[in-house]
Design a protein around this ligand. Sequence first.
Ligand code: CA
Length: 204
Amino acid sequence: MISITFLLFLIIGTSNAQFQNVALQGRATQSTNDGWLSTGQNAIDGNTDSEYLHGSCFSTTFALSPWWRLDLLKSYKISHITITKRNCCAHFIDGAEILIGDSLANNGNNNPRCAVSSTGGAETYQCNGMKGRYVNVGLPGRWGYLTFCEVQVFVSQEESETIKTKNNAVQVIVSASANANSQSTAQQQRSVPNRRRGQRSPNH
Ligand code: CA
C-alpha cells in the first residue's frame, strides 16, 4: 500500500520536475549581516537544512526594515517561490513581503509584491509568471531579524530554455561584433605602414 507521504512526494517531485530553481545561479545580498554564519548566500546554497548552527541559513541583525535580495542575473517569469524557514523561529518572518521586479530603487524594495509570508516551516508562494531579475524578502517598517534557510525560485523549463537561447544569441552577436572590430583594427594597423610607405613613394 502506497503511503500518503510517498504520494505527496510523487506529486511534488513530478510537479517541480517541470520547473528549474534559478536561485542557485544568483547572487544574494542583505541589509545587514549578523556574522559569518549568516551570509545571504547561505539562502541559495541548495541546502534546505533549517538548523542555523549548521551554517546554511541567513540572518540580518535586529534592525528596522531588514531585507534580503537575490539577483538572478537575468529577468525571468517566475512561477513560484519556496522559502524554508528556521526550525527554531519560523515566526520571525511572519508578514515578510516577497517582491519581484527589475528595479533596484530602494534596494529593490519598491518592486511589486508576489506574496506575504505566513506561519509555516516551508512555504510555497505562487507568483504566476511575475517577471523580474530581483527577488526581495523584507520586513518593511518593522524592527526584527530577517532570517531563513533557503529560497528556491522556480521558473518553467520552457522559460529557462527561452532565456538561455536569448542569452546565447546575445553572446553570438557580441562575439561577432568583437571579431569584426578586431579584424577592422588589424586592417587599420596593417594600413598604417602602407600609408607611411606611400608617403615615401615617388608619387608623393
Ligand atoms: Ca541553505
